[in-house]
Write a protein that binds this ligand. Structure first.
Ligand code: DAH
Length: 349
């Protein structure tokens, strides 16, 4: 029995050599120490051992068991360490490699244009008020002094929604919405989307952005001179201080007198080119003194209050400012196109 045990021990120890693999170690553990292992078998056969030898044999079994377990643990520990060492050297993290850049989005150039314009008006003391895209005839036309059969209603080619509702054709509804609710003094800009039944083309889109602005106070306090001052200041802030600004008499139902405003062409600087149709000027906005009928429509007495208004098309202005030739590019939202404009963020800053 003793001999048998010594054999088990020396064989196991030989197999548990320093270079034993993980599976070799496991094999020895199962074969010798396992539940049906060699040592267990010997313990089971104890009955046949003479009584006086049993304690010594039992002791020897335990001793071998402890010895082998310690050996196994030591080997496994070493293997684990080696594995860790290997993974540390093999999968070394090279912190000097440049990181993968996470692509960063940015605002749409039209949005940037609107924000920049609003910032300028805001700095001049204008409050920003958003009104609504879905309007009724009163706020889009009637209160703005369009008679029922006015050709402009057709000219503007409105999207009618039924039930007396329509998609606003301009942000001038903002004047009516705000003045209905509030009393002067008012200095307000209303940005927003407008809709007309135009085909998407190089120069136009069925949905476009405008900024409506108006300033109203007691009669005599706001004049055409303020209108010219505010708009010239805005245009020079937005397009550059050397921009030439020209006011041209015009007509709108909701203003009297009315003026269209031109700036010197951004592409040719006034010399004349294809974009400005060789005039040297580009039309940028419409404006005028608010018509007494508009003031009446919102419950103001025209003898008491007076003010100016203007409407500015954002998309075409953005087009000119960014040197884009085709309006459709702004609406197709091809990221290869839009991705060119983070640089314009800086220009806008
Ligand atoms: N509502 C006009 C349009 O859609 C723009 C406009 C012109 C607004 C003159 C005004 C204005 O307030 O005074 O074309």
């Amino acid at each position: 029995m003793r001999e048998q045990l010594e054999q088990i021990r020396s064989r196991a120890l030989a197999e548990l050599a320093a270079e034993a693999t993980e599976s070799a170690i496991e094999d020895v553990r199962v074969r010798v120490l396992g539940r049906a292992g060699e040592l267990t078998e010997i313990m089971r056969g104890m009955r046949e051992v003479p009584a006086q030898e049993r304690p010594a044999i039992g002791q020897l079994v335990n001793q071998i068991k402890t010895e082998l377990e310690a050996r196994i643990e030591a080997l496994q520990g070493k293997l684990k360490e080696a594995a860790l060492e290997r993974s540390l050297t093999e999968a070394r993290l090279d912190v000097t490699l440049p990181g993968a850049k996470i692509p960063r989005g940015h605002l749409h150039p039209i949005t940037l244009t609107i924000e920049n314009m609003l910032r300028i008006f805001n700095a001049m003391g204008f409050e920003i008020v958003a009104t609504r895209d879905i309007e009724d005839d009163f706020h889009n036309f009637a209160a703005l002094n369009f008679p029922p059969d006015h050709p402009a209603r057709e000219m503007q080619d409105t999207f009618f929604l039924g039930g007396g509702l329509l998609l606003r054709t301009h942000t001038s509804n903002g004047q009516i919405r705000v003045m209905e609710q509030r009393r002067p003094p008012l200095a307000i800009v209303c940005p927003g989307n407008c809709y007309r039944r135009d085909e998407l083309s190089v120069r136009a889109s069925p949905m476009f952005s405008q900024i409506e602005g108006f300033m109203v106070d007691r009669a005599g306090r706001i004049t055409m001179a303020h209108l010219k001052g505010v708009l010239t200041e805005f245009l020079r802030a937005f397009f550059g201080s050397d921009t030439a600004v020209r006011f041209r008499a015009s007509f709108f139902p909701f203003t009297e007198p009315s003026a269209e405003v031109d700036i010197s062409c951004l592409l040719c600087g006034g010399k004349g080119c294809r974009i400005c149709k060789h005039s040297g000027w580009t039309e940028i906005l419409g404006s005028g003194m608010i018509h007494p009928n508009v003031l009446r429509a919102v419950g103001y007495d025209p003898a008491e209050y007076q003010g100016f208004a203007f409407g500015l098309g954002v998309d075409r202005t953005a087009l000119l400012r960014l040197g884009v030739e085709d309006m459709r590019l702004f609406f197709e939202n091809d990221v290869r196109f839009l991705g060119q404009f983070p640089a314009s963020n800086e220009r806008f800053a």
